[in-house]
Design a protein. Structure first.
Length: 163
């Protein structure tokens, strides 16, 4: 590359960040993509051939691929988490003291409506805060709080019936 890496970074970073933000849901993911793009530009600078075209389209191609890879990874991670949420009994393989009670709770949790189950699972099994749950499930914070309260009430009623 004729230009120094610093001048390329200064010139292209704002544009790379805009491209990444258009393709990524989370702004932090977009920042990560931009960082990965420039790490790749540094690492693979020898692959750029000015005779093939301007540097901008080459940088755009790297950004598009990095953003697509990141989005796919997030989708896979979220889908795995959603499968785990749908089957909390499988997520609770503990044995020993209290194992039966924990299995009953997990079983009762499975009986709750989807959103209440998801909220309680994320809060109590994965230890997420209510604002984190709201962002993950794309729900208003007030809805998460209501689902938590109602879900805990339903769970308590079910536990009382069982006892």
């Amino acid at each position: 590359m004729r230009e120094s890496f610093e001048s390329i970074y200064t010139r292209w970073h704002p544009q790379v960040l805009r491209w990444a933000r258009r393709r990524c849901v989370d702004p932090q993911e977009a920042e990560d993509v931009a960082q990965q793009v420039f790490a790749d530009l540094w690492r693979y600078s020898g692959r750029y051939c000015p005779r093939r075209g301007e540097i901008g389209p080459w940088i755009y191609g790297i950004t598009a691929h990095k953003a697509a890879d990141t989005s796919a990874a997030v989708t896979r991670r979220n889908e795995g988490l959603r499968r785990l949420i749908r089957s909390p009994v499988a997520a609770n393989p503990d044995v020993g003291a209290g194992a039966v009670e924990r299995l009953h709770i997990a079983s009762f949790l499975s009986e709750l409506p989807d959103q209440k189950r998801e909220v309680l699972f994320l809060a109590y099994y994965l230890d997420l805060t209510q604002p984190e749950i709201a962002r993950f499930l794309d729900l208003p914070l007030g809805t998460v709080k209501s689902h938590t309260r109602r879900g805990l009430r339903a769970l308590a009623r079910r536990l009382d019936e069982h006892a």
